[in-house]
Design a protein around this ligand. Structure first.
Ligand code: 5GP
Ligand code: MN
Length: 334
């Protein structure tokens, strides 16, 4: 973290800050941005957390969610907050396209921009870049930044809850992207009194009935397997969105069931959302899905977990995906 001293200098006097994260914010987007915001407040900065679109209801319990500004709902206040910000923190995204129309205000602003992120291929739009691909989550990076700044003592129980939520969700409850260092951090948090089981219950075991009804539907009626290509697919139609009243966050985790199969090395969840077809891709081992998302679906992410979108129809998108995977067949055989 060679830029930590520059960040420390920027934080010496109280400032107006915005902390931005990506559209369709997930557990790590919320965890990292709320943790950083609470920390900055604790050292006398004024902070607004802003997302382009709403967050899933199962994160409503997190601290200060009622203060979050959502661009889709309140454009004027978001614009004003970004324009007036003296520091702009960009968390859990590395390309401006991921914050939609807020990108223009970020680009126009002369305030220093600080990126904290763990995705592949960062766009160089920030002045300070804490871009660490090997980190489990942006929340882990926020922990490291606070520690490197010499402020470990400022990590309150609420900040711990946020950091743990981001790490837990982005590692699929400690299934991937773990490291000795990560477990050391978790051990430290636990020693300081972290109630991890409570957070597992709040995030993972608080789904409404429709979540399991939808999962059953996906597995029974919407799953296609291509064992000769080590490929599995689940798709959701517009009718499914209506029939199951699918909302933000309701499809989270479904793709993991595909990956439980031995025959599946690449899994895809293709969702015909009201305005766009959204894709989630997962892979095992050395196979990368990042390039497929980047090259063909205007997206990206990590080697084993990436996402993207398509303006084609559901059927055309699925065909395009199958073609892209066939082209990349070589990488599929291991
Ligand atoms: P998920 O499939 O869970 O939505 O996302 C998996 C990973 O891919 C996450 O790290 C997420 O940030 C990234 N990702 C998902 N959708 C997009 C997208 O549209 N563009 C980019 N660049 N990354 C995405
Ligand atoms: Mn993340």
């Amino acid at each position: 973290m060679d830029q930590i001293h520059e960040l420390k200098a920027l934080l010496l006097s109280p400032k107006s800050c915005v902390v931005l994260s990506h559209r369709n914010p997930d557990g790590d987007a919320l965890g990292s941005s709320l943790a950083l915001s609470l920390f900055l407040q604790s050292i006398n900065h004024n902070v607004r957390v802003i997302y382009p679109s709403e967050y899933p209801v199962n994160f409503e319990w997190m601290p200060q969610t009622e203060e979050i500004l959502i661009y889709d709902i309140n454009q004027k206040d978001c614009e004003l907050a970004i324009k007036n910000a003296e520091l702009i923190f960009c968390l859990d995204f590395n390309s401006l396209e991921r914050i939609d129309r807020m990108a223009a205000f970020v680009t126009e602003s002369n305030a220093p921009k600080i990126m904290m992120d763990h995705h592949i291929d960062p766009e160089p739009f920030a002045d300070l870049m804490f871009s660490i691909e090997t980190a489990s989550s942006t929340s882990e990076i926020v922990y490291d930044v606070i520690a490197e700044l010499g402020y470990k003592s400022k990590i309150s129980p609420l900040i711990m809850d946020c950091i743990y939520t981001g790490i837990m969700t982005d590692t699929g409850s400690f299934h991937h992207a773990t490291s000795p260092k990560l477990f050391k951090i978790l051990s430290e948090l636990k020693m300081e009194g972290l109630n991890d089981t409570r957070i597992q219950e709040l995030v993972n075991n608080s789904q409404p009935e429709k979540y399991l009804r939808l999962l059953g539907h996906c597995l029974h009626n919407r799953m296609e397997l291509y064992p000769e290509h080590h490929f599995g697919l689940i798709y959701l139609t517009k009718e499914d969105y209506r029939n199951f009243d699918i909302r933000r966050g309701d499809t989270e985790g479904i793709i993991n069931y595909l990956m439980m199969l031995k025959s599946v090395k690449i899994g895809a969840l293709v969702m015909n959302q009201p305005s766009i077809v959204k894709l989630s891709l997962r892979s095992k081992g050395n196979i990368s899905v990042q390039q497929i998302c980047r090259q063909h679906f205007n997206g990206g992410g990590h080697k084993n977990a990436s996402g993207g979108s398509s303006k084609l129809s559901l059927e055309e998108t699925i065909n395009k995906l199958k073609d892209a995977l066939t082209q990349a067949e070589l990488k599929l055989t291991h």
